[in-house]
Design a protein around this ligand. Structure first.
Ligand code: GDP
Length: 299
């Protein structure tokens, strides 16, 4: 995750530290290199521009150039700007599932890792929050997806169950049945795994919007595949136009992607990143923490 970017920034900073005074020119040169490094990491252009401007305003000042360790100061400024860009701190990435039965709705394109992430979140809520969790698949066109969710529920823990499948029901009917079952069964959290398609279409959006209206979820999470880069950012933007999204989950962060999509997501959509998917197994889910990610990028 972010290895190439981390290496690039590391070598830029090596050129700034371990020496005395920095000139405005040194700082401008470093900023130019940082700009290229971020663009090569696939961070969206407007986000890069804003980032560089922010660092410039703070760095190209008397204060930095006159300070005892100007190189370290520039690194600190870049770190702070990265944390700002990433946005979510621990508080913000916290899942709001406090009033039982709280509904979490999962949305995303087919193949983004939505169903796997549903299982991962259930396991996390069961293991760490000692929650009783009900999972329901609304993907009526793909019986295999429904069965996959039932299997994941079994793997996720003793307090995790899946709603029994009844053939022929519409997604809205399943959502209502799931809400009823969650209430009667004393569940703390109900997670609705909505249908995904290979591309965004009106029918999928209308269906998801209807479910959101029926279920009144406390969280609506968009799952996006980080390996798809700027497409993931565009997907998030388009879903956010139609659904009351509350947060993002970026999957396949364990892959060898450049990571820039993750860095742009918050700034482009205004939504907090709640989790990062870091593997195929059910424990491959990290709570997102901007400070930790920024620290990792800056080594
Ligand atoms: P859905 O169609 O969106 O429900 O996608 P699935 O949950 O079925 O996931 C599609 C594939 O991606 C499966 O093979 C998952 O094991 C895999 N997958 C999901 N999340 C991650 C992740 O964070 N890392 C990796 N490496 N694979 C993942």
């Amino acid at each position: 995750m972010f290895d190439a970017l981390s290496e690039r920034l590391g070598s830029i900073f090596d050129g700034l530290t371990g020496r005395g005074a920095l000139s405005d020119k040194d700082v401008s040169e470093a900023l130019r290199e940082i700009r290229v490094a971020l663009l090569e990491a696939d961070v969206a252009l407007p986000v890069v521009k804003e980032f560089v401007e922010k660092v410039k305003t703070r760095a190209v000042g008397e204060e930095v150039i006159r300070s005892v360790k100007p190189g370290q100061q520039v690194i600190k400024i870049v770190y702070d700007a990265l944390v700002d860009m990433l946005g979510a701190d621990e508080e913000e990435s916290h899942l709001r599932v406090d009033t039982p039965p709280a509904v979490v709705m999962m949305a995303g394109l087919q193949g983004s890792g939505k169903t796997t992430t549903t299982g991962k979140i259930a396991k996390r809520l069961a293991d760490r929050g000692k929650k009783k969790v009900l999972l329901a698949s609304l993907d009526v066109r793909r019986p295999a997806a429904m069965e996959q969710l039932a299997i994941l529920a079994k793997q996720a823990g003793e307090t995790v169950s899946s709603l029994p499948i009844i053939a022929g029901q519409l997604p809205a009917d399943i959502a209502r049945r799931a809400m009823q079952a969650a209430k009667i069964g004393g569940y703390d959290v109900l997670i609705l795994d909505t249908a995904g398609r290979t591309s965004i279409d009106e029918q999928m959006m209308a269906e998801a919007a209807e479910i959101a209206a029926i279920a009144n979820p406390s969280e609506v999470l968009l799952v996006a595949d980080a390996l798809t880069g700027q497409d993931a950012v565009e997907t998030a933007r388009r879903f956010h136009e139609r659904l009351p999204l509350t947060g993002l989950v970026l999957t396949r962060m364990d892959g060898d992607g450049r990571g820039g999509a993750a860095l742009s997501m918050r700034a482009v959509t205004g939504l907090p990143i709640k989790f990062l998917g870091v593997g195929e197994k059910l424990d491959g889910l990290d709570a997102f923490d901007a400070k930790r990610v920024a620290g990792r990028i800056l080594g």
